[in-house]
Design a protein around this ligand. Structure first.
Ligand code: PRP
Length: 216
């Protein structure tokens, strides 16, 4: 049986719609996929798995899937041994430290001794070490912008895109820890057959704008 290239995309969240738009604009054809966890393209040897973003780097590194579309923020936080194939130019956001809007901020030294809530403990801890800052990291899996109000932390470190969630929670961004966008990542040990399918896949997604413009 011929191999299928297995691609993981985020099931729901900031990258899911743009990931599927990229595939459809690149002329991969799928059956109706609402509520599906796995779909197969009808015109290319490609299977798409809908997974939680946090699981994608590990599943790619273990070879459960061959490639994945996931945010740079997640790739850096998970630090798995994977290959980076392509920056995808969507899903742009940043991981930032934010503090209550009425507090003064003069520099990273103001973070010293603070309790910081985050879903990105590894990335934050590395950043604090590089800046020789000692602080307490409080892990939260979501709704981090509520941490100060509910008394879990003094400040937060979370994803910022438009900045609306910070504003709505009376917080202000004071330090950008990293800039992020969607990446195409891959397993390091693909068979020759899968490698050849992957090259065709990358060619198709790389040339999507040529296809779109060609139609107008
Ligand atoms: C992130 C972050 C904020 C929001 C910020 O959540 O946790 O809640 O985006 O975006 P904004 O600056 O445009 O308001 P995300 O949607 O990535 O999902 P998450 O809850 O899984 O972190």
């Amino acid at each position: 049986m011929k191999s299928l290239l297995k691609l993981a995309v985020q099931k729901s969240g900031r990258l899911s719609t743009d990931s599927m738009n990229l595939l459809e604009d690149s002329r991969f054809i799928f059956p109706d996929y609402s509520d599906q966890l796995k779909i197969t393209a009808s015109n290319f040897p490609l299977e798409v798995y809908f997974l939680r973003a946090d699981d994608i780097p590990r599943f790619v590194s273990k070879g459960v899937v061959d490639i994945g579309i996931v945010g740079e923020n997640t790739v850096i936080e998970r630090n798995e041994p994977i290959l980076l194939h392509k920056h995808l130019d969507f899903g742009k956001c940043r991981l930032s430290i934010a503090i209550p809007e009425d507090q003064r901020y003069e520099g990273i030294q103001d973070v010293y001794g603070k309790r910081i809530a985050t879903s990105y403990p590894n990335t934050l801890s590395n950043y604090l070490k590089e800046n020789k800052i000692i602080a307490d990291i409080e892990m939260m899996n979501g709704s981090v912008e509520l941490a100060v109000e509910i008394g879990i932390s003094d400040i937060i470190c979370d994803i910022v895109s438009s900045g609306n969630t910070l504003r709505l929670n009376n917080l202000k961004e004071v330090e950008v820890i990293l800039n992020s966008e969607a990446l195409l990542i891959g397993n390091k040990f693909l068979s020759e057959e899968k490698q050849s399918i992957l090259e065709k896949f990358i060619f198709k997604i790389g040339y999507k704008w040529v296809y779109v413009w060609g139609e107008i």
